[in-house]
Design a protein around this ligand. Structure first.
Ligand SMILES: Nc1nc2c(c(=O)[nH]1)N[C@H]1C(S)=C(S)[C@@H](COP(=O)(O)O)O[C@H]1N2
Ligand SMILES: [Mo]
Length: 340
């Protein structure tokens, strides 16, 4: 039986239901997909074929339903300074040290990664702690597509169409207490599935699980996304399936992957790269062309396009990765050379 078989609209196939029920189900689906004039569409036999596909049990149909149910949030599109990075690059040039430190290790070693069953715990300074399972992750809030720049601390960047929802939507549901000042995140710890976690050479010397953190106001900022997909599909394992953080104004290492725990805390939580090399990686990690990494300049970056890293064009890096209008005020009065 399909892993989605518990969904009512999946159990229902045309052979099992009356024509009235099929019609009602199609109407509901079309409404969910945002079509108007559903009657017109239904009367055309060409469209009926598309609908039969969309209502089907195939994995492609499940992806298509998910992809079509999201809305494009165009609010931040004007901040993208270039074309989308091709999907093939986004899913094959990755940093996910749990699977190895080479850029192609994640795509090569994560393909058997199991996302079901999944448990995501929200705990700590909240009135309503929660434990979510795999299916819950897609129902927490309406999914939207947002195109963001991603700037790695290694001075390369991409432009990625994410699918997800604001982290704030989840945190509000958990009802943070007045003591909640920070949010701590933790990646899955499973050395059997993640070879880098049991092999210090492969895993880059990191003490796993990978952990990250944000200040409460950063976590609640409208830019901060929990992502469950990219390019209209669920996340591939190498990009942090089933759910990862996306914080576009910070260096990529803040955007922690494959999250199993979100804990609201009173004090600043530890973060993996800061633990590894505090003089090179700070807690804030805001993209900043004026503060160089001790071993290289952060003034410019290689934008990965169709040609990949070797042919990537060098472009200037912008403060807060171009998102200053939305976030610069969070750091007013702070010395950004000290809080890097
Ligand atoms: N758990 C975990 N999360 C992680 C990393 C990692 O090694 N482990 N790498 C980070 C870094 S350095 C970057 S640049 C981004 C890369 O995301 P992408 O592979 O989806 O482009 O993921 C971040 N999240
Ligand atoms: Mo990175």
């Amino acid at each position: 039986m399909s892993k989605y078989a518990n969904k009512p609209w999946q159990r229902m196939t045309e052979a099992e239901v009356t024509p009235e029920a099929v019609f009602a189900d199609r109407r509901r689906l079309l409404k969910q997909l945002g079509f108007v004039g559903a009657g017109t569409l239904l009367s055309s036999s060409a469209n009926a074929g598309v609908l039969d596909f969309l209502l089907g049990d195939s994995e492609q149909a499940v992806f298509a339903r998910r992809a079509l149910q999201h809305r494009k949030n165009l609010t931040f599109d004007h901040l993208i300074n270039g074309p989308l990075t091709p999907e093939q690059k986004v899913i094959s040039h990755n940093n996910f040290y749990e699977f190895g430190t080479a850029k192609t290790d994640p795509v090569n070693k994560a393909q058997g990664f199991k996302v079901e069953p999944w448990k995501l715990v929200i705990e700590g300074e909240v009135a309503k702690p929660m434990t979510l399972d795999y299916d819950d992750l897609f129902k927490l809030a309406p999914l939207e597509e947002r195109i963001y720049r991603l700037r790695c601390v290694e001075a390369w960047s991409m432009v990625v169409p994410w699918l997800g929802f604001p982290l704030a939507a989840l945190l509000k549901r958990a009802e943070p207490t007045s003591k909640a000042k920070y949010v701590a995140f933790e990646t899955l710890y499973d050395p059997e599935q993640m070879p880098g976690q049991s092999n210090r050479f492969l895993g880059g010397g990191i003490d796993y699980p990978y952990v990250e953190g944000l200040r409460m106001d950063e976590a609640m900022n409208e830019l901060t996304l929990l992502s469950v997909g990219l390019y209209g599909k669920t996340l591939p394992p190498q990009n942090g399936a089933p759910i990862r953080l996306v914080v576009p104004w910070k260096y990529g290492f803040k955007s922690i992957k494959s999250i199993v725990r979100i804990r609201l805390t009173e004090t600043q939580p530890p973060s993996t790269w800061n633990l590894l090399a505090a003089h090179e990686y700070g807690f804030y990690a805001n993209v900043n062309p004026a503060v160089d990494h001790p071993r290289w300049s952060q003034a410019s970056e290689r934008r990965i396009g169709a040609g990949g890293l070797l042919s990537a064009k060098r472009i200037p890096t912008e403060p807060f990765n171009g998102y200053g209008d939305y976030v610069a005020s969070l750091y007013q009065g702070m010395d950004l050379t000290r809080y890097y």
